[in-house]
Design a protein around this ligand. Structure first.
Ligand SMILES: Cc1cc2nc3c(=O)[nH]c(=O)nc-3n(C[C@H](O)[C@H](O)[C@H](O)COP(=O)(O)OP(=O)(O)OC[C@H]3O[C@@H](n4cnc5c(N)ncnc54)[C@H](O)[C@@H]3O)c2cc1C
Length: 292
């Protein structure tokens, strides 16, 4: 059954401190809404269990991209259209630009924010694998102050995170030290556009004298949350890039991923696709050769 607008209250303020004060005064009672591309779909389907909504759309404190010598900061209210159009992000974090271009349609990208994508907590979301292999940090803010933690520690389980009821995602901070890494991102879905991910794999790596000197792997739709594949990384790090290393990595990956059966795919299919993507990345790494 469709949601009834009369059963929801929506308030808004002109500044972040006012929003934080409202969240702090009644923790857990107000649900932030940014682009609304998750929450309005839930509302239309009659399953939005959030009677009180507080608007974040248009708050200037969340809407910025800041480029410094060491990192790029992306405000929580930045949309995927902005990310696609930001030259500094395309240059330093091409995987994030690429993922931004996959989020729904152009219309969707113009409303969908990066914080909304993360906080919604879908294991299939498109931005998280790229953020994970770039070692992003997430900055949370409340009236109590700000805290900045590795994004890899943000998700606790299916749609569960460390975000407290009085907190907002202020920004993502991505370190600018991947320019000399080989980079890979591939999403497998039903179609080329407007498709929810069946499996996605992101990777950054450095190859020196045919030895894997650095590697980061992250995946979507292989667990209850977006994950770094640390056990698989461990089998590759410091090893020569050859057939036996690839074989060990495939074995580690199969042991590490725990996808589910759902309407989009079976767990077995997802496992096989994850292995195929890893193989493709390792072949690409071998072809591209050593990094500077
Ligand atoms: C047609 C369609 C296609 C889609 N395709 C894709 C796709 O291909 N890939 C993909 O990953 N997603 C897709 N989505 C999902 C959605 O567009 C994204 O997850 C989007 O980034 C959500 O952002 P939003 O600002 O619209 O979130 P909202 O709906 O406003 O909020 C989502 C959640 O985030 C919370 N939130 C928002 N901002 C903050 C903040 N700053 N701090 C704390 N909490 C916050 C809200 O309280 C809510 O819990 C699609 C959605 C639609 C409708």
């Amino acid at each position: 059954m469709r949601g009834n607008p009369d059963s929801h209250e929506l308030i808004g303020f002109n500044s972040l401190p006012q929003v934080l004060a409202q969240l702090s005064a009644a923790p857990g009672q107000w649900t932030p809404i940014a682009g609304g591309t998750e929450l309005m779909v839930a509302h239309a389907a009659g399953r939005l269990n959030a009677p009180k909504l507080i608007n974040l759309w248009g708050l200037p404190e969340l809407d910025f991209v800041g480029v410094s010598d060491n990192s790029i900061a992306i405000g929580g209210g930045v949309t995927f259209s902005q990310i696609r159009n930001e030259a500094a992000i395309a240059e330093h974090f091409p995987l994030l630009s690429k993922a931004a271009g996959w989020i729904g349609s152009i219309a969707n990208q113009s409303r969908a924010t990066i914080a909304g994508n993360i906080v919604n907590g879908s294991p299939a979301a498109d931005a998280p694998p790229a953020l994970l292999v770039y070692d992003a940090e997430i900055e949370l803010i409340s009236e109590r102050g700000a805290r900045r933690i590795p994004y890899a520690d943000f998700h606790l389980g299916y749609k569960r995170s460390i975000l407290q009821p009085d907190e907002l995602v202020l920004a993502l901070h991505v370190p600018r030290r991947f320019a000399d890494h080989r980079q890979y991102l591939r999403k497998v879905g039903t179609r080329k556009a407007m498709a929810i991910t069946k499996v996605a794999l992101a990777a950054t790596a450095k190859l020196q004298n045919n030895v894997i000197a650095e590697i980061r792997l992250a995946a979507a739709s292989v667990a209850d949350r977006p994950v770094r594949l640390l056990a698989t990384e461990a089998t590759l790090l410091g090893q020569p890039l050859n057939a036996s290393t690839s074989q060990a990595a495939r074995k580690a990956l199969l042991a590490e991923v725990h996808p589910i059966d759902d309407i989009r795919s079976t767990a077995e299919y997802r496992k096989q696709v994850a292995v195929n993507l890893l193989d493709e990345f390792l072949r690409q790494l071998a072809q591209e050769g050593p990094t500077a």
